[in-house]
Design a protein around this ligand. Structure first.
Ligand SMILES: [Zn+2]
Length: 487
């Protein structure tokens, strides 16, 4: 029974489906299927012709509509492309207009306006500064010690006007303890004239007392790596400025002479560009070399007198004015630049107010000198930093890093220690301050950095120590070029 009823059901289903199919057929098909010839009388032909015409018209109609659709689609696409192109053009125009009219509002304010490869000479450069000539006040320092609003920093081609002929023989002469900012500018100008295609000098910023922060660049246009070597960030350690200058001259002199590991200096900078900043703190150095009178800005001088009073009241520095200013470490505003970098700045110790040394500033990188170095580092592909300080005849390294960075830093420290004979010192083990320049480079920027301390016993370092300092450090620059070129 069960089987039967199922068959009955299937038969019924099949029948109904068959019926549906037949109903769905056209007359002609049904006739053919039933074995009849289609009727072909005059009426039939006319009806067929009529139907065909209607079909053709409908096909044409459909084709027309399709063409119309395609056309509309095309127009729509073109319109979208035009709108996108228009937006891009307007965007580009705004971008370039900002670049030209508002440097600060550009999308990359950290980028220098000129590249190191094709320097653009600027007309607005300063002539050598004549001692004692007051310059227009850039921005008076309020007695409340609010940090000076930084003038828009510029990385620009350095120009120096002088009629003086280039001296014969070596340009950089180190025969007295004091080697001034003015001497440095004069010598750099001579070096530029003697080696115009090998040495480029850039202004990377300006101090509060209107001295230029200079970056001396040596290396191939095609080099992809940059290294910063900075000197005399602490005022009284200015012995390192003539060291930088002699290192620069020696390197240029030996451009084609096998000098280090049998290599010519020129060949050592194919792959790396060296940025030597011979005087990272010219205002402070002016104080250490000449007292507060060397600061031309009256407001700054007044503030320096406040700082002197403050230091005296707190027992900071010598009570003897001459000894006090000679041992000045800070910049011209009383900020210790080597505590002003943005690396654990908040927790760095030291004095709580402007002082001859040890005051970290009102905020990290508050000082023009600090900003200039950070800006330079941002503008180049900085893969390492070396800081020259005095004194102690030691090399500080080991900032608590690990892995590859630690290994590279160790290699760097070893090369310098081997050449100079200075002892290696771990900054961690000796409990050095944070927020220094080298701390910043290795811990914040992640590139190997060390601090070399030249000289011994006292600061400013006496001229008697110069020959020893020179002998120990004369090959440091080619050594750094070789090392970083291989990193
Ligand atoms: Zn120092």
């Amino acid at each position: 029974m069960v089987k039967n009823s199922k068959y009955t059901y299937l038969d019924e289903l099949e029948r109904s489906q068959q019926l549906d199919r037949i109903n769905a057929m056209g007359d002609e098909e049904r006739r053919t299927r039933n074995g009849q010839r289609p009727r072909r009388d005059a009426e039939g032909f006319e009806a067929d012709a009529d139907r065909e015409r209607r079909m053709r018209e409908r096909r044409r109609d459909i084709e027309r509509k399709e063409r119309e659709e395609r056309r509309k689609k095309k127009v729509k696409t073109i319109r979208i492309i035009l709108v996108v192109a228009l937006i891009a053009i307007v965007g580009a125009v705004i971008f370039f207009a900002r670049g030209i009219f508002g440097k600060g509002s550009g999308p990359t304010p950290e980028q220098p306006p000129v590249s190191f490869i094709t320097p653009e000479p600027t007309v607005s450069s300063t002539a050598p500064v004549v001692e004692g000539t007051p310059t227009p006040t850039p921005e008076p320092e309020a007695p409340t010690m609010t940090p000076t609003p930084t003038p828009e920093p510029v990385l620009a081609w350095w120009e120096y006007y002088s009629e003086e002929p280039i001296p014969e023989g070596d340009i950089v002469q180190v025969n007295s303890q004091i080697y001034s900012y003015e001497q440095m500018c004069r010598d750099l100008n001579f070096l530029r004239q003697r080696y115009p295609d090998k040495l480029q000098v850039y202004r990377i910023g300006k101090t509060a007392d209107d001295r230029e922060l200079l970056d001396c660049v040596i290396g191939s246009e095609n080099a992809t790596k940059d290294v910063i070597i900075q000197y005399s960030m602490h005022a009284r350690e200015y012995i390192n400025t003539p060291l930088a200058m002699r290192q620069i001259e020696e390197f240029l002199k030996n451009w084609d002479t096998p000098t280090y590991n049998g290599k010519t200096c020129g060949s050592l900078v194919n792959n790396v560009r060296l940025h030597l900043i011979p005087m990272a703190n010219p205002d402070g150095i002016a104080i250490s070399q000449g007292g507060f009178e060397a600061i031309r800005n009256e407001e700054m001088r007044a503030k320096l007198n406040d700082i002197w009073q403050y230091d005296q009241q707190n027992g900071y520095g010598s009570a003897d004015y001459e000894t006090y200013y000679k041992r000045w470490k800070a910049n011209g505003r009383g900020v210790d630049l080597n505590r002003n970098f943005d690396q654990n700045w908040e927790t760095t110790g030291g004095r709580s107010w402007y002082s001859s040394s040890g005051y970290a500033g009102e905020s990290a990188a508050s000082e023009n000198e600090t900003k200039a170095i950070v800006r330079l580092a941002n503008a180049i592909n900085c893969i390492g930093e070396v800081a020259y300080h005095s004194m102690g005849s030691i090399v500080y390294w080991d900032y608590g890093t690990t892995g590859d960075l630690h290994a590279k830093d160790e290699k760097l420290a070893n090369v310098v220690a081997d050449l100079t004979g200075y002892a290696l010192n771990s900054t961690i083990d000796t409990g050095q301050n944070s927020s220094g320049c080298s701390d910043y480079f290795i811990l914040e920027r992640g590139v190997p950095a060390i601090t070399i301390e030249t000289g011994k016993e006292t600061c400013p370092v006496p001229i008697e120590q110069w020959p020893d300092i020179w002998e120990r450090n004369r090959y440091i620059v080619p050594a750094l070029a070789e090392l970083f070129g291989g990193f």
